[in-house]
Design a protein around this ligand. Sequence first.
Ligand code: EPU
Length: 335
Amino acid sequence: MTIQQNISLKNYNTFGIDVTANRFVTVTSVYELQQLLQTEKELFLLSGGSNILLTKNINKLVVHIDIKGISIDRENHNDIYITVNAGENWHEFVLWCVSQNYGGLENLSLIPGKVGTCPIQNIGAYGVEVKDTITQVEAIEIETGKLVSFSNPNCKFGYRNSIFKNEAKGKYIVSSVSFQLTKNKHHLRTLYGAIETELASKNIKSPTIKDISDAVIAIRKSKLPDPKEIGNSGSFFKNPVISKSHFLKLQKQYPSIPNYPISDSQIKVPAGWLIEQSGFKGKRFGNCGVHEKQALVLVNYGNATGDEIYALAQKIKQTITQNFGIDLEIEVNVF
Ligand code: EPU
């Protein structure tokens, strides 16, 4: 474990923003992390860098979590319990599950990032959230260096949310995540419109988890930019939840507004639709812009700074407030 000086973080964040870490260290085990915590308390954690917008150089010690390993804890006829260390690549883990016929994560194929950050924002796509399969999260308490277990309820999961984005923020480092997956009688989630269409186009009537994973991969590839080609951080904003009365007023003006009822009084509306209606989709602003196929995704065309992307986000936020009276919330972490 060597602390390096003045390291560019361009290859450590999927937006591809070129900021510098004064000091940088890669940690490959819980033991190394605990050793580090004996002398260093002011850390800046960087895992897959897939949900962060960096706007300035970092003076704290940047810790790149690269703890690898997958272990099977136990299994019975129907289920398997697996613990995965934080540094494992998310999509590779999902593909491995699919290849072993372990069900539950197939709808979450091709999401960038590492396993350790999946519980933090409770990653979700195509009708599934990772909270549905997590049994436990193990994390190191920064103050004491001790390993602490969070049961699923104690993680306080919500839509793109968890305890790690709230009261536990900055206090813990996730070291591993445990999952309960199915070995047979898989609970297939195919109702999300685009999945049904994709399966139908291939004439698949009784899909396997591999079929669903393949469908999700195809859909994501058709809509979302590959961070290796165009820097981005997936959805930049959360989909806002508004009151039913607010929604009904908007629906009068925009009869085609997509909507997902959350409760009797609350409706979720897609931020991508609001942004597209406001004319931003596919528009370029200097070095950055709004993706041409999914307006919820801001992109770096190569040399954007974090500030440029943040300024674009603010412009979008203001326009959405003016046009729809909705306050968009940024989903990625801005530093
Ligand atoms: N829409 C538009 N224009 C756009 C984008 C979307 O009109 O440019 C409309 C679509 O027509 C559709 C609705 O918005 O009616 C929803 O679109 P989509 O299915 O693409 O999903 P989303 O709500 O925009 C969310 C997640 C994505 C996830 C997809 C699929 C959030 C913030 N984003 O996007 O997650 O992949 O659903 O489940 O909830 C991410 O978090 O980084 C991410 C990519």
